[in-house]
Design a protein around this ligand. Structure first.
Ligand SMILES: Cc1ncc(COP(=O)(O)O)c(C=O)c1O
Length: 388
């Protein structure tokens, strides 16, 4: 019966399920598969954060919290936004919720039925389905192939009188690029001129190797129209905790809070305490972060060097995240290349088309994996590609 609900028709689990299913089957059959398809840190959550959750649980902090989140966490997030991101927000502007839920609720609360949403192509896999769940219409705007930057003319062409929102992601999964000040200014002008709301996903903010992160909402005219989303998953290796936040004007936040109240009620109580500690114990947090960042940087340099040596592969050096998005010059599309590498080399990758048509000639390779695994995966890919 459910498959007849109109809103669900256009949304599938994802093209990558086929790859992961096959990878699982191969592993079950005794094959040694290396996965470069994962989208999460390979580190465990730092000990001091785990301790904080354990303490909270032992002290009985296992009940509902206020829907918008516990006050100390909302306050410390607001302080972070003021001091690190130049955003004039206080705790009333912050709602605690898992990052993905934050994006989901932001779109659902601020998009009219049938309204259009500008989304770069390629972009992270879940924005499209979220827009569709909210009965919105997607307008994909190709990024420039040469540097994955946003193309002003293409953006202008995509904006119509029905456009209500843009969804942006910097640092970007899958490209590994961060938006420059010029790009952000261009987006600001378009958003202001066309009176658009913007959801900006900054969940990879802390994983930057070169350059700086600028929060879009800090630019003139953006505070009142932007919902800034961020979370603890990638920075503090806390994907399983399901904890993050969004920040926006109080008016926008009230709408979103209605959805939170009537859906998940609140974020997990002791995960909120742990997240507070991650920010409150700043020195420990930064130490853990810089350790992980250093490891990611070493691995990035290895994977980039190796990819460039593979015939027919070309890869821009990611400035951020733990993803590379190499282009390949073989007469096949990304899904076939991904399947080929899994079967032939026992390396799981994510086909670029999972992120949009702009990924047809790309694969996404995560370097949230050990150096040894990365080297071995590159050896295998190199040998497999030689046979093409
Ligand atoms: C760009 C982007 N945004 C949001 C998320 C979701 O984050 P979380 O797991 O904290 O909900 C991810 C996870 O992969 C992501 O890559």
């Amino acid at each position: 019966m459910d498959e007849h609900v109109k809103r669900m028709l256009d949304v599938s689990f994802s093209a990558t399920m086929k790859i992961s299913q096959l990878a699982d089957d191969m592993e079950a059959g005794g094959k040694d598969v290396i996965s470069l398809a994962v989208g999460e840190p390979d580190f465990d959550t730092p000990e001091f954060i785990i301790e904080a959750a354990y303490e909270a649980m032992k002290q009985g902090f296992t009940h509902y919290t206020p829907p918008k989140g516990i006050s100390e966490l909302r306050e410390i997030v607001a302080k972070k936004l003021r001091t690190e991101n130049d955003l004039d927000f206080d705790s009333k502007n912050v709602l605690i919720t898992p990052t993905k839920q934050a994006i989901f609720m932001s779109v659902l609360a601020h998009l009219d039925d049938g309204a259009e949403v500008i989304l770069p192509d390629p972009a992270w896999v879940s924005y499209g389905p979220i827009v569709k769940f909210a009965d919105g219409i997607l307008r994909r705007v190709p990024l420039r192939e040469e540097d994955f930057s946003m193309d002003e003319e293409a953006m202008k062409e995509a904006i119509t009188s029905r456009t209500e929102m843009m969804i942006l992601n910097s640092p970007c999964n899958p490209t590994g690029m961060t938006m420059s000040k010029d790009e952000l200014n261009m987006v600001r002008d378009l958003a202001v001129d066309n009176d658009l709301k913007v959801v900006t996903d900054e969940v990879y903010e802390k994983l930057i190797f070169e350059g700086e992160h600028i929060s879009l909402a800090s630019l003139d005219g953006m505070r009142e129209r932007t919902i800034t989303v961020n979370g603890f998953s990638k920075a503090y290796a806390m994907t399983g905790w399901r904890i993050g936040w969004l920040a926006c004007t109080e008016e926008m936040l009230e709408n979103i809070a209605k959805i939170q109240t009537h859906s998940i009620t609140c974020a997990t109580s002791f995960a909120q305490k742990a997240a507070f500690t991650a920010l409150d114990e700043k020195e420990k947090g930064e130490k853990a972060l810089s350790y992980m960042l250093e490891k990611y940087r070493e691995r990035r340099d290895i994977i980039i060097k190796r990819l460039d040596e593979i015939d027919g592969f070309e890869c821009k050096k990611p400035e951020s995240t733990f993803y590379t998005f190499p282009r390949f010059e073989y007469d096949m599309e990304s899904m076939d290349m991904s399947m080929y590498l899994l079967r032939e080399a026992s390396v799981a990758t994510t086909p670029g088309t999972a992120f949009g048509d702009g990924g047809k000639k790309h694969l996404r390779l995560s370097f949230a994996n050990s150096k040894d695994n990365i080297e071995e995966a590159m050896d295998r890919i190199e040998r497999a590609v030689e046979k093409l």
